[in-house]
Design a binder for this molecule. Structure first.
Ligand SMILES: [Fe+2]
Length: 220
């Protein structure tokens, strides 16, 4: 007889926020130890230009990552739309700087300014694939959220948003990304591009990572 474990129920947004807060506060209180240990692994450039370093994968909860928008260096993927929505709930603690996020409501329209894309779930080959999903919309700005260092910022799955950290400014967050919400897709909206966007996740070289960590007061 074969026994299969049932898939755990996805967590509600409020549970992710509440459990994430405790977990992240614990990590922050040990940050000078946790980050140098994690930095033994490779950090990657997010397509929109910030550094991603995985810190911890927590069973039943999600993935904890350090995100750094360096004042000195951002490596972006050309043509990658910046406005997007996630399949996961997110809670994050601002370690340094001011985290600024514009949030939008998607207004479907056949003549809309923006074209929709979906992110193909990772296949394990390290290539990101973003393909047009045939949708078209306008975007209504519904909020500009500014979160200062020392505060938490939360975002439910499915809300379109764009992060705005000025060039020349440093911002860093510890983010918990929940497990994906069933039936959702990571989506982006941007200019028309029939062929979609494809690219490798680029590793961050050690010197750049060390310099970015120094910007937030962490030595490796
Ligand atoms: Fe995002």
């Amino acid at each position: 007889m074969t026994l299969t474990m049932p898939e755990p129920e996805p967590l509600e947004f409020s549970e992710v926020v509440n459990r994430g807060r405790l977990l992240i506060e614990d990590i922050v209180s040990n940050i000078s130890k946790v980050v140098p240990l994690a930095a033994a692994r490779t950090a990657y450039w997010h397509p929109t230009g910030f550094i991603v370093l995985n810190l911890q994968d927590v069973d039943g909860l999600g993935l904890v990552r350090l995100h750094i928008w360096s004042r000195d260096r951002r490596t972006k993927r050309r043509g990658n739309p910046e406005t997007h929505s996630h399949v996961f709930h997110l809670t994050s603690f601002v370690l340094k700087g001011k985290y600024v996020e514009h949030q939008f409501r998607e207004v479907p329209s056949e003549t809309g300014e923006f074209f929709g894309y979906q992110v193909i779930p990772p296949t394990g080959d390290g290539i990101d694939r973003v393909v047009p999903d045939g949708s078209r919309c306008d975007l209504d700005l519904v909020a500009v959220e500014e979160t200062d260092a020392g505060k938490f910022h939360n975002l439910p799955a499915g809300v379109f948003h764009r992060t705005e950290i000025q060039e020349g400014e440093t911002c860093a967050t510890i983010a918990l990304l929940s497990r994906p919400q069933p039936g959702m897709l990571d989506r982006l909206v941007g200019p028309e591009n029939h062929s979609g966007i494809e690219g490798e996740r680029l590793p961050v070289d050690r010197r750049t990572l060390a310099a970015a960590l120094l910007e937030i007061g962490i030595k490796i």
